[in-house]
Design a binder for this molecule. Sequence first.
Ligand SMILES: Cc1cc2nc3c(=O)[nH]c(=O)nc-3n(C[C@H](O)[C@H](O)[C@H](O)COP(=O)(O)OP(=O)(O)OC[C@H]3O[C@@H](n4cnc5c(N)ncnc54)[C@H](O)[C@@H]3O)c2cc1C
Length: 285
Amino acid sequence: MTHLADFKIEKQYQATVKKTKRLTPENTEEIREILLEVKQPDFECQPDQSFGVLVKVTSEFGNTFHHRLYSVADLPGKENGKTLITLLVKRCSYVDDFSGELYQGVGSNYLCDRKAGDPVTITGPFDLPFTVPEDKSSNLILIGMGTGIAPFRAFVKNIYNNVKDWKGQIRLFYGARSGLELLYMNDKDGDLTNYYDEATFEAFHALSPRPHWADPIALDEAIEGRAKEIIKMLSQANTYIYVAGYGKIKDMLDKAFSGILGSREKWETRKAELIAGKKWAEIIY
Ligand SMILES: Cc1cc2nc3c(=O)[nH]c(=O)nc-3n(C[C@H](O)[C@H](O)[C@H](O)COP(=O)(O)OP(=O)(O)OC[C@H]3O[C@@H](n4cnc5c(N)ncnc54)[C@H](O)[C@@H]3O)c2cc1C
């Protein structure tokens, strides 16, 4: 397992916020799309990568760097020789179990507070485990929760815009508590809708029935609703499952896949095969 401390921060790049836009409605959890322009022309990154954001933290012990990773959320662009990268960030806060106090996540709040023109120090890029299989007839089940849509948005665009001629089936399951899906899946310029015409692509989203409550997102129901197709895909050796999002997603998926395959044992055996064949990849945070 990779730890954050394994990601090197010595090589740093200076970026500027070109755009920052709140995607979710006020009074729901805040998720922003931020476009960064990297000053140094030698910074190159790919759609299947992440990069780090460094925040200088000053405490009584001196200055330290807070380092957090963010997935590349769109195809990286170039403007005047400089790389443009998009990230999707959720403003995080946590209740301290011990004191009961609300603690604001350092990196995410820093990013959400940045305005256009502000500098941001970044690191990387770092590879994500979501590689495009060499065999274009491979099936891909992509499951993202919350900002877990970020790597898959870049992934799907990369497949249809750059890799091209994909023959396998791609199914994107996406769970959100709020109106994020409106941007990428329903808007007239929502870019994932561009692929709805592709014979191999279908996307499904699951929303919390009560967006302001901490209800679990019904991703499991969305998956169960496609049981027949998923069972067929899972019976084929060239099927990959990629998962991204918050910790909760793992239990939810184990339950859903156990349900559609008939038992926990059957799912555990199939999942072990996927892992052994490098056909299962996840980023959980
Ligand atoms: C490969 C990868 C890709 C990622 N991609 C994205 C992405 O695309 N978008 C995105 O939004 N996020 C992404 N993340 C998550 C992101 O890196 C950060 O973890 C997230 O933004 C929270 O960081 P933070 O600095 O705001 O919170 P932090 O300040 O790090 O706080 C969060 C953690 O600290 C704990 N904590 C520390 N002190 C306290 C305290 N006093 N009380 C309570 N809890 C405390 C919390 O429990 C929690 O685990 C990704 C993570 C990985 C590993």
